[in-house]
Structure formats: C-alpha cells, structure tokens
Design a protein around this ligand. Structure first.
Ligand code: UD1
Length: 373
C-alpha cells in the first residue's frame, strides 16, 4: 500500500513550491499517495487558480475555503478544518512548504495529532519576529521531523536552535525547480512587450508587507519614492490585492499612474517571471523574488530591514536597501550604474530539489518528533 502524504498549500508562494514535490511523488504511485489540501487562504482566481493551471498542478483533493481574516481567525479556521481532514484521511505524513499562516496552522495540527511532519524551506530566519512569517517559520521548524533546507544559512540557524543534525537536509530550492522547468515557456512569453516596455529598460515593483503598505504614512512615502524613480526608468507594479486596496483607499493609485507607474493586476506565474527576467531591476519586499532574481541574474533591491535569504545578498544579486524610501531612490541610481551580475546559483539550486526530498522521504520510516522509542 502506498503511504498517504497530506500536502497542504494555501497562499500564492506555496503553489510553485508544492508543484514539483507533487510531481515527484506522483512518479512513485506504488509507494506514495499524495493528497492535496488547499486551505483557501488565497482565493482569487488571479492569486490561486491560474497558478494551478500554469504549474500543471492537480486540482486540490480537499478545499477548506477558509479565506481572509485576522491572523488568529485565519490560522484558527485552518486548524479546525485541518483537524477534521487529518482525522478523516489518516495520513502517514503531513507536508508543508514555506512560511505562511496555512503552513503553521497545518503544522500545529499534525503535531497534536501525532502525524510526522515534513517542512520544505526550513531554517530560514530574518531574526525579526515582527514579521508574521518569522513566527510561522520558528514554530513550524520546532514541530517538524524532517527539515528540508534551501541554503547553508538555514542549516546553521537550525543547529543554533539545537535541532539534531539527523533532522536537517540541505537539498536546494524547490521554487527554482519550478522556475527551471518553465523557463522555456517564460522566455517565450515577453510580457514586457505586451505592456509597451523594452527588455532591460524597466523596473518591476512589488510591495505587500504589512510593514510597508498598511501604514498610510509609510505607503505615501513609498509612493513618493516611486514617483521619483519613475522619472529615471519606467516602472510596472503588479499590485497584491492588499496593496491595491490600500492604494485605492489612500487615493494614491492615481498619483502613481500620473507619474507613469503602470499598476497592473497580480500576474500569473509565467507572466510575472517573464517580467522579472527581462527587467533591468526589481524593487520588492517579497521573500521568494529575492531568490528568483538571483537565478535569473536580475538585480534586486529588497525594501526590507532584514532578509531570511542571505545567500542572495552574498552572491551579489540582491541588496538589502531597508525601508527608508529615500535610500531606495539612491540604491536605484547605484543599481543602474552597475552591470548586472549572474553568479552561479547556490548549491543544489539545480532543478532537482524536489526529487531529492522525495527520495529522502521515501527511503525511511516516518516518525513524529518526540515519539519515545
Ligand atoms: C500572505 C503571506 C505572505 C506572502 C503573501 C504572498 C502570511 C502571514 N502571509 O500574505 O507571507 O508573502 O501571502 O501573496 O501567511 N486577498 C485577496 N485575495 C486573495 C488573497 C488575499 O483579496 O486571493 C486580500 C484579502 O483582503 C486579505 C489580504 O489580501 O485580507 C491579505 O491576505 P493574507 O492571505 O491574509 O495575507 P497576504 O498579505 O496575502
């Protein structure tokens, strides 16, 4: 009998991480039976459905339909629904990716139900617990039997937290598996041309962290900086629903448009990576985009005080600019004056991380953490 692996996704950045893991498990149908759960944390077609289509993901076996809410409301809602799913499906393993609320909610349920837990993208730390994702990462890692790590810093962080080496596996980056496999399609997409932009002559902006967009004053300062930057180079801004709502509420969307910043809908995966691949520079507060730009060789200016992905900075493609908008304006000038780098990617960011993970999991008995021998 194949062993059942309950695979949980919820938010946009989960989908491109889970897709190659599902594909790798489906290549072993006599040994592994993945069951896909979508929590519904992200529910818009543009934030969810289109990713399933482009990534060739099977439709979720189970959809929890949880939707938005405060952190506690959302996390608790997912936990209540997941507890039932775990009881009904009796999985041998629960698999989570990344650091969103769906990740921590499913992890806590697995631990309480005595189900062994695997966490993909473990060990990353920004050392800033004001970020909800940092709390999600710490708790999830504390509960997982199998910790799959993308970069060396993650191994060191987990060791410092006292995690036994037998739980830690440096396997590379499943998100890059997806990027590698879709690169031919991405290269043919030329989304920039469709928006009237020339390759190498525009910047891509993404901003959605609560710390950058929820505070009206902070958001207005970012808009001011983008107005200045747009004089230097055309900017396209695929706006997350949270950001679009905040810009509209503050009457700032019109100001950006008047300054020539193209605000567009959240983009599907292929279109978004096509835009990033052809850009001269990316300005972002995202986590994953720091890694995608590293592989694509697009200079990235990270509009945050910290990064949980230091390898991207060490390699030189990513620069941590901070959250003072005037620093970002200066950093853009410097980036435009410097030739882009295309360093070799970190170890194991080679398109085969998911296969490694599935090989490791398939080759062992699964035990919940802290089960007395
Ligand atoms: C979540 C993740 C964040 C990730 C981001 C990527 C957490 C704590 N945060 O943040 O790490 O970088 O996803 O997108 O899990 N909304 C919609 N439609 C959607 C989804 C969201 O309109 O399909 C709106 C809702 O009004 C919602 C708000 O966006 O209240 C925020 O969504 P939520 O999932 O709570 O957090 P994100 O900001 O998307």
């Amino acid at each position: 009998m194949p062993r059942t692996v309950l695979c949980v996704v919820g938010a946009r950045p989960n989908f491109m991480k889970m897709a190659p893991l599902l594909a790798a498990m489906r290549r072993r149908p006599d040994r592994l039976a993945p069951l896909l759960v979508h929590t519904g944390q992200h529910y818009d077609a543009a934030m969810s459905d289109v990713f399933f289509d482009q990534l060739g993901m099977p439709k979720p076996d189970i959809h929890l339909g949880i939707g938005p809410g405060s952190h506690a409301t959302q996390t608790a809602g997912i936990m209540v629904a997941m507890e039932r799913v775990v009881a009904d499906t009796a999985p041998q393993l629960l698999l989570v990716v990344g650091d969103v609320n769906s990740t921590i909610a499913a992890a806590v349920v697995a631990a309480k139900a005595g189900i062994p837990l695997a966490h993909v993208e473990a060990g990353l730390r920004s050392f800033d617990r004001r970020m909800p994702e940092e709390v999600n990462r710490i708790v999830t890692d504390a509960l997982a039997s199998y910790l799959f790590v993308t970069e060396e810093s993650g191994v060191v962080n987990l060791q410092h937290e006292g995690v036994d080496a037998s739980r830690i596996f440096l396997v590379g980056n499943v998100m890059i598996d997806t990027l590698d496999s879709l690169l031919p399609t991405i290269r043919e997409r030329h989304k920039a041309a469709e928006l009237g932009l020339s390759a190498g002559e525009y910047g891509v902006v993404t901003l959605h962290r609560p710390s950058n967009v929820d505070d009206a004053e902070m958001l207005a300062r970012w808009v001011g900086a983008l107005e200045v930057m747009a004089r230097r180079l055309p900017l396209v801004f695929p706006a997350h629903p949270r950001t679009a709502a905040r810009l509209a509420a503050e009457g700032l969307a019109d100001r950006l448009s008047a300054a020539g910043v193209q605000i567009v809908e959240p983009q599907p995966y292929v279109e978004f990576i096509s835009l990033v691949a052809d850009a001269r520079v990316v300005l972002t507060d995202s986590g994953g985009i720091q890694e995608e730009t590293t592989v694509l060789g697009t200079p990235c200016l990270t509009l945050r005080e910290s990064t949980e992905r230091p390898a991207t900075v060490t390699l030189g493609t990513n620069r941590l600019v901070g959250t003072d908008p005037s620093d970002a304006v200066q950093a853009l000038e410097e980036a435009l004056a410097t030739a882009p780098l295309k360093p070799p990617p970190p170890p194991f960011w080679d398109g085969h991380a998911a296969e490694r993970i599935v090989e490791i999991l398939d080759g062992r008995e699964w035990t919940a953490l802290g089960t007395p021998a």
